[in-house]
Design a protein around this ligand. Structure first.
Ligand code: LRH
Length: 476
């Protein structure tokens, strides 16, 4: 048998990383070399909230150059990121920094879209939960501002990076499924829907599947990066959540997962979508997974509630020590408010503690006072929303959930894992923390031929290489 190495670029809403993964399936080897980590976040420009895509491109190029210096045997590159956001291009030229999904421009656009295609019909066609920032609404806003007419192509963030690296314009399926313009049944662009909304079908690039090659690096790019000869870019589950779900070491027929970072994506993996009225009313989504699986899940606000509160507290220049804050939160003995973590008022950047306090006032429950109480209230509210989403996923899908897997950064948050176990009454298995990068690496390794088999075989390797931490429900 032979193993090999690949480079994973994983871009999250608060940080990006370049990781080299070494895989030798026959020997049970799967390890990660963390090559680069760089901050990411919104930038407020006169036109609204954007991403610093130019800065991200520079940082990930440096990271890839470091990766090739450290591991000249790297055979391919795979890119994943958060979903829904995209760049508009005219020819090869990017029409400005991509918008951040938390920008406020979508409200009017939602109404315009639903006036043309009522939400119930949209849901039947695309299977997506309502989120005001789904690409379909963002595009209606671009259309209203005249920018969409200027563009001749649209590429989601990972595809845009793939285009910069190789020159290939493609749209990877798992991420394309979050646009709202891919038919949930066929997995193809829904041209009828696209035309009814007044968009030009020609701006959407041909769909490719995880494992497909985008081709080799452009020669100027390969020179800049000092890349080894013959390296190619491989489509992975380019939606970060799709890659994370690949690396959940679960038995999918009896488990739920929570991919917990900025968002908490809570659900189950299915073979077929569920687009019933009940699923629509519960606002559950059917996103495309790797190997044609369905990610039936609900977006819960996630650790954003904590990170944005901390950012707010740090405005005065005093750094907040997160481990100390969580330790203090664990020691809170009084009952704290459990608020609705899914309330859309928590979506926008800014003073989150004030909005939590406002929610509590409106509901006539005593609000948290100290920062430790705020942190505890956030963790309890997330744990409750997670437990609730697991119950709903189980009822709607028929999956009899016996364990909950928590992957991503949230797996490091002991209090959150423990309280999720307590509030759901189910054991929580935490880890791996870097599930997204691992899923990215494994799909590349399979494309390169040094891993093989279905997702169950890949998950068996994850389970062997990363032992999860187990939290039993305490009955409290
Ligand atoms: C998580 C995530 C999530 C999307 C959101 C925009 O990073 O990709 O799955 O809903 O970002």
């Amino acid at each position: 048998h032979r193993g090999g190495a690949v480079a994973a670029v994983d871009l999250g809403a608060t940080s990006g990383r370049v990781i080299v993964g070494h895989v030798d399936q026959a020997a049970g080897r799967l390890d990660l070399d963390h090559v680069a980590r760089f901050p990411n976040g919104p930038v407020r420009l006169a036109s609204g909230l954007h991403w610093d895509f130019t800065g991200l491109s520079r940082d990930l190029a440096r990271g890839l150059a470091d990766a090739f210096r450290r591991e000249p045997g790297v055979q391919s590159i795979g890119v994943d990121s958060w979903a829904v956001d995209y760049g508009l291009l005219r020819g090869d030229r990017l029409l400005g920094e991509p918008f951040h999904y938390r920008d406020a421009r979508n409200d009017a656009a939602v109404e315009a879209v639903h006036a043309r295609v009522p939400f119930a019909e949209l849901y039947r066609r695309n299977g997506l939960q309502f989120l005001p920032f789904n690409t379909v609404y963002q595009l209606a806003a671009e259309q209203a501002s005249g920018w969409l007419d200027l563009a001749d192509s649209l590429l989601l963030i990972p595809d845009l990076i793939g285009f910069q690296l190789t020159g290939a314009r493609v749209s990877e399926r798992t991420n394309a499924s979050t646009t709202g313009l891919v038919a949930v049944e066929s997995g193809e662009w829904d041209d009828d829907l696209v035309e009814r909304l007044g968009f030009a079908p020609s701006v959407f690039a041909p769909l490719v599947s995880p494992g497909d090659s985008l081709g080799g690096l452009r020669t100027d790019v390969a020179d800049d990066l000092g890349a080894p000869a013959g390296i190619e870019v491989v489509a992975v589950g380019s939606h970060d959540t799709a890659s994370a779900v690949v690396a959940v070491p679960m038995q999918a027929e009896s488990a739920a997962y929570i991919s917990c970072g900025t968002w908490g994506l809570v659900g189950v993996e299915l073979e077929h979508p569920v687009t019933t009225d009940a699923a629509r009313e519960a606002n559950f989504t059917n996103e495309g997974g790797v190997d044609g699986r369905i990610r039936f899940l609900h977006n819960v606000m996630g650790l954003w509630l904590l990170s944005e509160s901390v950012r707010w507290w740090e405005r005065d220049g005093d750094a907040v020590d997160l481990p100390a804050l969580l330790a203090a939160a664990s020691s809170v003995t009084s009952d704290v408010a459990v608020f609705d973590a899914n309330d859309p008022r928590f979506l926008a950047p800014g003073d989150l503690p004030a909005r939590i306090a406002e929610w509590c006032r409106e509901q006539d429950v005593p609000g948290p006072q100290t920062r430790a109480e705020f942190a505890r209230s956030i963790v309890e509210s997330l744990a409750e929303a997670f437990a609730d989403a697991v119950r709903t996923a189980s009822v709607l899908s028929g999956v009899d959930v016996a364990t909950i897997h928590v992957v991503g950064g949230g797996a490091l948050n002991e209090l959150l894992c423990r309280r999720t176990a307590d509030r759901s009454g189910l054991p929580v298995l935490a880890g791996p923390v870097e599930a997204t990068a691992i899923g990215n690496v494994l799909v590349q390794a399979r494309a390169q031929g040094f891993a093989e088999g279905d997702l169950e075989s890949l998950r068996a390797l994850v389970a062997r290489a990363f032992t999860p931490v187990r939290y039993e429900p305490s009955g409290r």
